[in-house]
Design a protein around this ligand. Structure first.
Ligand SMILES: *Cc1c(COP(=O)(O)O)cnc(C)c1O
Length: 339
């Protein structure tokens, strides 16, 4: 099977498993796991920030950051299709008791003017704006990347207004590889960044939240109350360190493969439109008459899995476990779709 449903579906490579087997470990609740410490420090320094916190999932790193930045009766500004709002089970309300101000983005990206208009003035009726959260690359936006100017403008606004700025960087390395932006510069703009190791980087488990020393200390308590204090997690952290060393530059291959799929889809008679494939996600709409179920059944018959992404919508995700030969098989299957 060629599995294009998600980049979370990758299996660790033999070399990654070997690095995991060889990890030095200790009890991380005692702060005695050297591999976890190395991973947290490596992530923090790559993003020009002081400290990191290794967690089981990106939902957890996002929700811990949101809880750390906000309080009940406050509000988070984010895009209306952002992962933190749409796909984290309403966790902002549940964990943080906070409201959300939702902005309509351009493929998930918002502008500084939109953010400025959403910041609440002092008024007894309003929640207090306590956090601005961006997503880069943007999942629902089809792996779209923010340009540096927009990020800088939003960060300057956030600093002027003294509102913390969080980045859901589940696929931040895809954005860095696609745009050539410097990860260290992100630490000048963002107070916290959530990084997923289990997406394009191909580890079995794990995300890291990076931020200031003080903020991460606070977040460690929040992780603990969520039951996220873990023990010899160094085996998992070793996979993360291995991935940072070996699986970042290769994301360009995933992007090249996604573009090949997007180009084929653009000329397919049964496709209505394809969102620009900037990174490893390809989101497209089927013309009326070919339902997503029928399209996915056809692909499945050819040994290819993909996800429905709403009525008539489909998402393909390229990743470590799909090579050029796999892409050729997908291209062949796309040629025999019955309209
Ligand atoms: C996958 C993802 C997350 C985190 O997902 P987990 O499955 O909880 O690790 C967060 N944000 C975005 C944009 C994602 O795509």
């Amino acid at each position: 099977m060629i599995d294009l449903r998600s980049d979370t579906l990758t299996r660790p490579t033999a070399a990654m498993l070997d690095a995991m087997f060889r990890a030095s470990v200790g009890d991380d609740v005692y702060e005695e796991d050297p591999t976890v410490r190395d991973l947290e420090q490596e992530c923090a320094s790559r993003f020009g920030l002081e400290a990191g916190l290794f967690c089981p999932s990106g939902t957890m790193t996002n929700q811990i950051a949101i809880k750390g930045h906000t309080e009940p009766l406050s509000e988070v500004i984010c895009e209306q299709t952002s992962h933190i709002y749409l796909w984290e089970v309403g966790g902002i309300a549940f964990h943080s008791g906070a409201s959300v101000a939702l902005l309509p983005g351009d493929r998930g990206r918002v502008t500084a003017a939109q953010v400025a208009a959403a910041i609440r003035s002092e008024n007894v009726h309003y929640p207090t704006t306590r956090l601005i959260s961006l997503e880069n690359t943007h999942n629902r936006g089809g792996g779209s990347c923010y340009d540096w100017n927009t990020l800088t403008e939003i960060a300057e606004l956030a600093k002027r207004q003294r509102i913390p700025l969080h980045l859901d960087g589940a696929r931040i390395f895809n954005a860095l590889v696609a745009t050539g932006q410097d990860s260290r510069e992100y630490g000048r703009l963002f107070d916290t960044v959530s990084i997923c190791l289990s997406k394009g980087l191909g580890t079995p488990v794990g995300s890291v939240l990076v931020g200031s020393q003080d903020f991460i200390r606070k977040c460690k308590r929040i992780r603990k109350v969520m039951g996220g204090g873990w023990r010899q997690a160094g085996y998992l952290a070793a996979a993360g360190l291995y991935a940072l060393e070996n699986h970042v530059e290769r994301l360009a291959d995933d992007h090249r493969r996604a573009r090949r799929l997007a180009e084929a889809l653009e000329t397919a008679p049964y496709v209505n439109f394809v969102l620009p494939a900037e990174t490893n996600l390809v989101i497209f709409r089927l013309r009326d008459g070919l339902t997503e179920d029928r399209f996915l059944a056809h692909m499945n018959e050819h040994g290819i899995k993909a996800s429905a992404f709403g009525p008539q919508m489909v998402r393909f995700v390229t990743h470590l476990d799909v090579d050029d030969a796999g892409i050729e098989r997908v291209l062949a299957a796309l040629q025999t779709v019955q309209q």
